[in-house]
Each structure stands twice: as structure tokens, then as C-alpha cells.
Design a protein around this ligand. Structure first.
Ligand code: AMP
Length: 140
């Protein structure tokens, strides 16, 4: 999916013309990125944002999102140049969050749920950063 700018696909536009952020008005995580929906932020970057999951599944459970709207990993990969470097950045921020949360040494899990079988419930690509307890494998 090519990333849409203002005037592109219906329902997608710039939240902020100055920053050219691409958002979907009804998207929960676009709302958090825009500051319209409250969240406990732990890292605030130009292209990415990290905030605590509202329903933590581990002592540390942080979500890392791009500010621009991509529904899932597949869409971000398909965006090519439009999303260039964003996946790298999401992983780099996930690692920084893990280090800041003190779980770099004990270990942590970074998960991108993508699509229904993976249990993705919010259609704005996000990395879960989970840690602070031993985890089992395979996941349920
Ligand atoms: P997924 O099921 O992989 O799409 O993950 C979506 C995550 O978003 C879940 O772990 C939810 O607990 C979390 N979540 C939903 N609403 C909020 C919110 N308002 N603030 C923070 N996290 C949220």
C-alpha cells in the first residue's frame, strides 16, 4: 500500500500540515500520536512514539508506533520508500525502551501482531515490547 498524503484515500489525511503526519481520524493509535487520546508516553520521537499498554501482559509492556498510519507490518513493508527506515526505527526504539526500563540484560520480547490469526486488534502497526518476567514459547 502506498502511503497516502492529504487528498489521497478516503479517510486518510494529514493530522498536522506542518509535520505532514499521515493519520486516519478513527484510528485509536493515530489519536494517541496526535495527543487527542491520553497515553502514558515513555519515548516521544519525530517519527515514532512509545507508550505503556493499557492492559499490560508483563511487568514491562510498551507499544512502539510510527506516527504515520500504516495498518500493519505488511502495509509498512509495501510502502517502500514512503516508509523507508521506519521498521528499523521501530526496532531501535523498542531496544532503547527495553534498556530504559531495565530489561535489556534479563531479556525482552518484541512482537508485531499482524492480521487476524496473530490477534492484531488495533490496525495501526505497533511493536509490543514485553519483559520483566520469564516468558514461554511457543506463544498461545
Ligand atoms: P494488538 O492486539 O497486537 O493489536 O495490540 C493492541 C494493544 O493495544 C493491546 O495490547 C491493547 O491492550 C493495547 N491498547 C488498546 N487501547 C489502548 C490504549 N488506549 N492505550 C494503550 N494501549 C492500548
Amino acid at each position: 500500500m502506498a502511503r497516502a498524503r492529504a487528498g489521497g484515500r478516503s479517510g486518510i489525511g494529514r493530522c498536522c500540515p506542518a509535520t505532514m503526519i499521515v493519520c486516519v481520524p478513527q484510528c485509536l493509535f493515530c489519536g494517541i500520536a496526535a495527543g487527542d487520546i491520553p497515553a502514558t508516553k515513555v519515548a516521544d520521537g519525530e517519527r515514532t512514539l512509545a507508550f505503556r499498554d493499557i492492559s499490560p501482559q508483563a511487568p514491562v509492556h510498551v507499544l512502539v508506533i510510527p506516527r504515520d498510519h500504516y495498518p500493519n507490518v505488511a502495509a509498512l513493508v509495501a510502502a517502500g520508500d514512503a516508509g523507508k527506515g521506519l521498521l528499523d526505527e521501530l526496532i531501535a526504539v523498542a531496544h532503547k525502551v527495553a534498556a530504559a526500563e531495565g530489561i535489556e540484560g534479563s531479556g525482552y520480547r518484541v512482537v508485531f501482531n499482524t492480521g487476524p490469526n496473530a490477534g492484531q486488534s488495533v490496525e495501526h502497526v505497533h511493536a509490543h515490547v514485553l519483559g520483566g518476567r520469564p516468558m514461554t514459547w511457543p506463544p498461545g
